[in-house]
Design a protein around this ligand. Structure first.
Ligand code: GLV
Length: 308
C-alpha cells in the first residue's frame, strides 16, 4: 500500500512516525516527491494544489486531513474517487475546549472587565444566572454533540439545531429550516459548528442575527463563509449584539486591514480552535487504508451531494 502525503505546509514528521508505528508495511511518500505515480493507492490531503490528484491514475481513496471537506469538494479537478473526511477525537475535544472558554468569556463579561481594568476601575457588572443563559449550538455532528455536552455541564441552558433530527438527552433539539428562527430567538450565546455546504453558506446574515435577543454573542469556529461579516459588524455597531469570538474567516489569513482585528467587541484567533494532530488522527487513516485493502466500507465517507 502506498500513501501520498499531499498537505502543503503541514509538517509530515509526526505523521510519518505515527503511521509507521501503526502500519509498518505502509510506504509513505511526501509530496512533491511522488515517485512512480501509478503505484499510489491513497492520498492524505489538505488543500492540495488543484490538479495534483488527477495525476494519480491508481488512486482509490482521498482521505482528508481535516474534518471539513468543503475546500476539497470545491475543487473542480477532484477525481471521482471515494473521499473520506477526518474524524479526530483530538479535534473534538479541542473544539469543545475552545467553545467552553468562549462561552464563559462572554457569559462572565470578561471583555468588559478587561476594559475596566485598563481604566483602573473597580466596578461590578450585573451577573446573569448561568441556568438562565441560553447557549445555542448550530450543528450537532460529532463536534457539536460533544461541545453541547461540555457546555451543559457548566449548567447553561443548551439547545442545538441541526438539519436532520438528532436526539441528545442533554440538549433541547431544533431540527430543520423551519425551526431556525425559534432557535435563534431563544439563544443568548450562539455557537456555529456546522459543516460548510451550499445550504449552510451565509446561514448567519442580517435577518438571522436580528432574531437573536438583544445583547447576544456569536462564536464562530466552523467556517468563515457561514457568517456574513458585514452583517455581524452592523449588528455589533448598532448595539444589538454584545460581542463575538471568531476563529474562522472568509479570507484566511485575515488581512491586516480587516476591521475585525481592532473591533472592541470582537476577539480573533487564527483558525486554531481544532487542529488535526497525528497522534489522535492517524488511527482513522490506518483503519481506512486497512478497509480499502480489505474492500470494506470506508469510515466517514463523504457524500459529495450532501457536502459532508
Ligand atoms: C479544520 O478546519 C478542519 O476542517 O479540520
Amino acid at each position: 500500500m502506498v500513501l501520498l502525503f499531499l498537505c502543503p505546509g503541514v509538517n509530515p514528521v509526526g505523521w510519518s512516525r505515527e503511521l509507521a508505528a501503526l502500519m509498518p508495511e505502509l510506504e509513505l511518500r511526501i509530496w512533491p516527491e511522488v515517485g512512480d505515480v501509478t503505484q499510489i493507492d491513497a492520498a492524505l490531503v489538505w488543500q492540495p494544489p488543484p490538479g495534483e490528484l488527477q495525476r494519480l491514475p491508481g488512486l482509490r481513496l482521498i482521505q482528508c486531513l481535516g474534518m471539513g471537506v468543503d475546500g476539497l469538494l470545491a475543487d473542480s479537478t477532484l477525481p471521482p474517487v471515494p473521499v473520506a473526511r477526518m474524524f479526530d477525537p483530538g479535534i473534538v475535544t479541542q473544539m469543545a475546549e475552545y467553545v467552553c472558554e468562549a462561552v464563559l468569556y462572554h457569559h462572565r463579561r470578561l471583555a468588559d472587565y478587561a476594559a475596566l481594568q485598563r481604566e483602573r476601575r473597580w466596578q461590578r457588572l450585573p451577573w446573569q444566572d448561568t441556568v438562565r443563559r441560553r447557549v445555542g449550538i448550530l450543528g450537532l455532528g460529532e463536534i457539536g454533540a460533544h461541545t453541547a455536552r461540555q457546555v451543559q455541564r457548566f449548567g447553561f441552558a443548551v439547545a442545538g439545531w441541526s438539519r436532520s433530527p438528532k436526539v441528545l438527552e442533554y440538549v433541547a433539539g431544533f431540527y430543520g429550516d423551519d425551526t431556525l428562527p425559534a432557535f435563534l430567538q431563544r439563544t443568548d450565546i450562539l455557537v456555529c459548528l456546522l459543516p460548510l455546504t451550499p445550504t449552510t453558506r451565509d446561514i448567519l446574515g442580517a435577518r438571522e442575527l436580528a432574531l437573536l435577543p438583544a445583547g447576544a454573542c456569536v462564536i464562530n469556529c466552523a467556517r468563515g463563509e457561514h457568517l456574513v461579516e458585514a452583517d455581524l459588524l452592523a449588528a455589533l455597531d448598532s448595539g444589538h449584539l454584545a460581542g463575538a469570538t471568531l476563529d474562522v474567516f472568509r479570507q484566511e489569513p485575515l488581512p491586516p486591514d480587516h476591521p475585525f482585528w481592532t473591533h472592541p467587541k470582537i476577539r480573533v484567533t487564527p483558525h486554531v480552535a481544532g487542529l488535526t494532530h497525528p497522534r489522535t488522527a492517524a488511527p482513522l487513516v490506518v483503519e481506512n487504508l486497512r478497509r480499502l485493502q480489505a474492500g470494506e466500507p470506508l469510515l466517514h465517507r463523504v457524500d459529495r451531494v450532501r457536502g459532508y
